[in-house]
Design a protein around this ligand. Sequence first.
Ligand SMILES: NC(=O)c1ccc[n+]([C@@H]2O[C@H](COP(=O)([O-])OP(=O)(O)OC[C@H]3O[C@@H](n4cnc5c(N)ncnc54)[C@H](O)[C@@H]3O)[C@@H](O)[C@H]2O)c1
Length: 196
Amino acid sequence: MNPLKKAYCRIFQNIFKFALPLLPYRNPKIIGSVKGIPEVLEKRDYNNVLIITDAGIRSLGLTERLEQTLKRSCISYHIYDKTVANPTTVNVDEALHMYLDNDCQAIIGFGGGSSMDCAKATAARIAKPHQSLAQMKGILKIHKKLPLLIAIPTTAGTGSETTLAAVITDAQTRHKYAINDFPLIPRYAVLDPRLP
Ligand SMILES: NC(=O)c1ccc[n+]([C@@H]2O[C@H](COP(=O)([O-])OP(=O)(O)OC[C@H]3O[C@@H](n4cnc5c(N)ncnc54)[C@H](O)[C@@H]3O)[C@@H](O)[C@H]2O)c1
């Protein structure tokens, strides 16, 4: 590695190491069942949400209990279920349009890391409509409040329901990159043992 670049990296790492305790990390509030979601939405007077998931999860009927729960509480929902493994910029664009076209008020990311990251990146695009995802690549490029984001993991391991990252793949170049900023940490994580 170029010595100048190496020095820059070391300085950057050390500054971050000391700044770490001062950074605004927060934990998502944990909900133990999808049945707790209407209360969170009703508290904010929200009655129209976008669920972002993938076709496999949908075909297994995993979203069914959430859908029934929302219906019982008279909360409208729209479902974007075209998320692919390693979600792409096209996925995020499509989900964004579904959110805007239907005047949704919150996003529920339902699935593995791919669906949750697609939901997080969609929320980032809503908060920053004039910036592309590529421009948000890296660290601390969002610094804006996102719409309410609820993550419902159905796989174990990525931890995306708690992290400040969204990993996205450029649909054209296939370049995969991470967007990292504190607003990307979901407000709520639903850890429902009946889901996975
Ligand atoms: N944001 C982060 O902090 C973070 C961290 C690590 C990885 N990631 C990203 O997460 C993605 C990978 O996520 P993943 O490994 O959870 O897989 P995934 O979300 O890509 O899902 C893989 C497959 O599992 C299926 N699936 C999901 N839940 C299921 C269930 N309960 N039962 C049966 N099938 C189910 C899905 O339909 C899909 O076909 C990658 O894009 C990676 O870059 C993000």
